[in-house]
Structure formats: structure tokens, C-alpha cells
Design a protein around this ligand. Structure first.
Ligand code: PLP
Length: 380
């Protein structure tokens, strides 16, 4: 039986029940389930604010767009970022017409505080930290560097739904944290995300901007009186970035099972770890001490990665790669050569299958095949 990298595990009947509720009520858009999901997310994470969006990608753009306007940054304002991420992270910086500056990663595949410090200039206004695979890496040190210098911190928590450090959910110490509930993330809907600001005013402003800049307070007031629903005001240029009730209905069900699912992911990771840790040809990407990772990913590093991947595919094992060094893309080629560690590690990375359908037997099979293949490829 083929083992895929990611397969979402929807609790179909419960999801359909939630969707049915929306359809019967005649309410599929903004409001109703989106508010329930925001409330449940705040309760689950302990974060003070949460606004439901159509994706993490739009949330990252919104974060930079809002900070740029709020603090009056110019286009040459610099944002420190990682080359080892999904392009959404870096697109958000460019879309807000800010300047990405790549800093290198450490063995955790997250930003390395030593290189971050070297990349800070007078123009550095913000930093975006990606918790790769659910890991926090050296986030604490990076955060301190930023706080000491008044640099704003965005946490791209696309892989971090349910990640805790010393028992506490991540996100409470960043200026803004953005989660992803895209179809193959560890809390799956189809497409959606959550933006969690530290500041109440930012949260209120974001709610306006994600609905085209329409002044909803006025809307709510007039709507409650029945007439004059059209009598809202538009005070500034916004976006259509808010989430809808159908996605929220699915998200609410997934959230119920998130801790249980993540615990199983950690079990899979422990089995992989046990099977692979003695092998000197396979390096396991380790989770930071104190971090209870969501385990969106389990990653290893091997030589001749492309050959190894192909051989695994021949055995019906279909891993992934997270990620290609973004400075290899034409759009980000201005950063080429600035992050040698990320560049080298990126060529060795393999993400092993990680989802609720993977069994202990699958892990044993993958472990033994991987060991065998790595040996053959090294000898060839
Ligand atoms: C998936 C992902 C995103 C984008 O999330 P969407 O909800 O699909 O927009 C951003 N950053 C990282 C690291 C991701 O893996």
C-alpha cells in the first residue's frame, strides 16, 4: 500500500452536520460559525484576539500591510526572513512593498539568532519567524533580539496549530501570529487561517480591512434596526480576506480533535526517531527542548537526496521536501548566497509521511527502506 506524505483526516459526519447547520440557517458567509470558531480558538490557545481568514497567506500580507501603515515605514524598510519556507511568507513582505532580507537557519531549520543579529540594520523594522514543522527552534533568542531593538515580530505559525512551549501555546509573545488551516495542514479545513494580534486595536482594524474597509460598526447598528442596511461607511481601502462559515464549521470539528491528532503525530515521530537515530547516514531534525511540537513534519537529512527520494517512490513511499531554498527562485534570487546553511541543508531534506493514516507498520517499513536505500546510494 502506498504511503503518502499528507492525507487529511476529516470527521466527515460531524463536518457535514456543521455544514448542514449553516445551509439550513441560510448563513454560509462571515459571522455565525466564523465567530464561534474565533471564540473557540481564543479559548483553546489562550490568545486574546483571533480573526478568521480565508487563508494564512492573506493574513501574512495583512500583517505587513497594517504594520507598514501604522508605523509609517517606507518601501526600503527591511524585514528579516527565512529562505527555508513556503513562498507565502516572503510574498507577504513583497506584496506590502517592503524589502525582504534573508537570514540563515540553524539545525532546527528555523532562523538562527547569530545570523539574524548580523542581518539587522538601521532599516530593519520587522522579522518573520517560521516555526518549521511545528518546531520553535531558537525563537526565544530571536524574539529577545527583536524586542531589545523595537523590531516587530510576525510569527508564521502555519505549521504550529497546537504547538506549546512549557505547556503554553505559542503566539502570546509575538506582535501577530498567523495560523493556516489549509487542506494538508495539521488542522485542516479546505482553505482558511487565523490572524491573532496582541493588540486589541489592531484586531478591530483587521476586521474592518478584511471586509473591504467597510465600517462594520455602522453596518451592525443600522442592520439591527432593520432598515438602512446599505448605510455603512467606507473609511479606507480594504481587502476581501475574511473567512466563511462553511470553512469555520469544518475547522470547529478539526479543532476538537487537534490535541489528539497532534499526540498521534508525536507518537509517529517517536517511532521514526527510534528507528532512525542510530543510523549515521541519516540526520534527524530535532525539536527544541521544551517544545511540544504539533509535529506537522518529521524531517531527516540525507546525502544524494534526490536519488533517495526516487528510490523511496519506487517503493510506493511518497515523502516531501520542505523547502527549496527560496533564493533559488528567480523572484528571490537577489538573496542568493546570503544563507549558505539553509542552501546546503535544503538539498538534503526529506519530510517523511505524517498523518493519521500512517501506522506503526508503515513507519517500520519506511524506516527499513530508508536505511537500505541510503546505504545503496552512498555506495554507488
Ligand atoms: C501553508 C503555508 C503558508 C500558507 O498557508 P495558506 O493557508 O495555504 O495560505 C504559509 N507559510 C507556511 C510556512 C506554510 O507552510
Amino acid at each position: 500500500m502506498a504511503v503518502q506524505l499528507f492525507v487529511p483526516n476529516f470527521r466527515v459526519d460531524e463536518c457535514l452536520e456543521g455544514i448542514r447547520e449553516c445551509l439550513e440557517k441560510g448563513w454560509t458567509g462571515l459571522g455565525f460559525k466564523t465567530i464561534q470558531f474565533e471564540d473557540s480558538w481564543k479559548e483553546y490557545t489562550g490568545l486574546p484576539h483571533a480573526h478568521f481568514l480565508s487563508s494564512n497567506t492573506v493574513g501574512l500580507h495583512l500583517a505587513f500591510h497594517m504594520m507598514k501603515a501604522k508605523y509609517g515605514w517606507s518601501d526600503d524598510a527591511e524585514v528579516i526572513t527565512t529562505p527555508l519556507t513556503f513562498v507565502s511568507t516572503n510574498h507577504a513582505i513583497l506584496e506590502a512593498k517592503l524589502t525582504p532580507v534573508f537570514a540563515d537557519v540553524d539545525e532546527s531549520l528555523c532562523l538562527d539568532p547569530v545570523d539574524v543579529e548580523k542581518k539587522i540594520t538601521d532599516k530593519t523594522k520587522a522579522l518573520i519567524f517560521v516555526g518549521l514543522g511545528g518546531n520553535t527552534g531558537q525563537y526565544d533568542k530571536v524574539l529577545k533580539l527583536c524586542k531589545d531593538r523595537g523590531i516587530k515580530v510576525v510569527l508564521d505559525a502555519a505549521h504550529m496549530s497546537g504547538t506549546r512551549v512549557d505547556g503554553k501555546h505559542i503566539g502570546h509573545d509575538a506582535d501577530v501570529t498567523v495560523f493556516s488551516f489549509q487542506a494538508v495542514k495539521n488542522l485542516a479545513t479546505a482553505d482558511s487561517g487565523m490572524i491573532c494580534f496582541a493588540d486589541a486595536e489592531d484586531d478591530a482594524h483587521a476586521r474592518k480591512l478584511t471586509w473591504l474597509g467597510i465600517n462594520k460598526d455602522t453596518y451592525a447598528r443600522t442592520a439591527s434596526q432593520g432598515a438602512y442596511k446599505w448605510m455603512y461607511d467606507v473609511e479606507e481601502l480594504g481587502f476581501k480576506y475574511h473567512g466563511n462559515s462553511i470553512m469555520a464549521a469544518i475547522g470547529l470539528v478539526s479543532l476538537k480533535y487537534l490535541d489528539r491528532d497532534n499526540a498521534y503525530r508525536r507518537q509517529l515521530a517517536a517511532w521514526y526517531q527510534e528507528g532512525l537515530e542510530e543510523d549515521e547516514l541519516i540526520r534527524i531534525v530535532q525539536v527544541a527542548p521544551g517544545c511540544e511540537s504539533s509535529r506537522h513534519l518529521f524531517q531527516v537529512r540525507v546525502a544524494k537526496r534526490d536519488e533517495v527520494l526516487m528510490a523511496l517512490n519506487e517503493n510506493e513511499i511518497y515523502p516531501g521536501v520542505h523547502y527549496r531554498d527560496n533564493t533559488e527562485y528567480k523572484l528571490y534570487s537577489f538573496g542568493a548566497g546570503t544563507c549558505p546553511v539553509a542552501h546546503e541543508i535544503s538539498k538534503e531534506l526529506i519530510s517523511l509521511p505524517m498523518h493519521m493514516g500512517v501506522t506503526k507498520q508503515d513507519v517500520d517499513f519506511i524506516v527499513s527502506k530508508l536505511k537500505e536505500i541510503v546505504r545503496i546510494s552512498v555506495d554507488s
